[in-house]
Design a binder for this molecule. Sequence first.
Ligand SMILES: Nc1ncnc2c1ncn2[C@@H]1O[C@H](COP(=O)(O)OP(=O)(O)O)[C@@H](O)[C@H]1O
Ligand SMILES: [Mg+2]
Length: 304
Amino acid sequence: MNPLLQLKHVRKEIGRKTIIHDLSLEVFAGEVFGLLGPNGAGKTTTIRMIVGLMGITSGEVLINGISIARDFEKAIQHVGAIVENPEMYKFLTGYQNLIHYARMTTGVTEERIDEVVQLVGLEHRIHDKVKTYSLGMRQRLGLAQALLHRPSLLILDEPTNGLDPAGIREIRDYLRKLAREEGLAIIVSSHLLTEMEMMCDRFAIIQHGKLVTIESVQELSKQIEKVLFTVEPVEKALQLIQTRYPHINITHTDQGIEIPLDYKEIPNLTAALVDGQINIYGIQVLAKSLEERFLEMTGGNEIV
Ligand SMILES: Nc1ncnc2c1ncn2[C@@H]1O[C@H](COP(=O)(O)OP(=O)(O)O)[C@@H](O)[C@H]1O
Ligand SMILES: [Mg+2]
């Protein structure tokens, strides 16, 4: 599969300061990809370069295989983006705003407007004035606008900023739906680790304009430390487990038996315990928290 977005050794200098150092990454159709970093890390700068709002000092940005330096018009037609707060006319209805925007874009039909309104779930309020919208609804209207011309790559800079938990959840669900059902590649930036974990399939950690690592959320959640089995009788279970895994270091606490175990082994051991006529009252995965992993990855000196 070809990436929808490719950054190749992208570098940005402003004056004598290097803001982005040698940034390379790829984003594919159907995934939500995060840019995670504290304020000032370079997320907005990276996004501004991708959408052509800012020049690139060196390196290359390819959208759907097309270099933005070589053929900007052609490359950018695949992109929908909300970089700064979307410009909306508050005294017009949501629908009138979309019509206005559609007139500036070629090939957007009224059917397409209805379609995106449905997609972002604004059908019941679209004929109300934007000034009556909640922040979350305005974000969704912005999203509808960004989606009008059927982009294959959607880029949103801190889309959940200023939203309440319900609004955050709404946006998160829409983005996941867009990636899954419409096959879009989506890039979102955030300074919040937990948000990335809930919203993204993969995310890049950026610090001081440098790429620290790219992580897959699914892989991260599988990095198990230990599994806690609450069982009876304990002695019999200990014997069975030790015989089964002679080289593993098992600990026995008040909570139960803690075993460092591979994810795939959990069902096997569970079956063996049941076969051994041991009663299982609980199985708990004591995974390393993403936060612990994050501190490891970033050298433990800066929590986002
Ligand atoms: N136009 C500019 N001129 C000089 N420095 C800038 C400019 N834009 C951004 N910066 C600097 O670049 C760094 C990254 O900023 P930014 O991309 O906005 O970070 P983020 O979006 O991750 O918070 C910051 O140190 C910021 O001060
Ligand atoms: Mg920013």
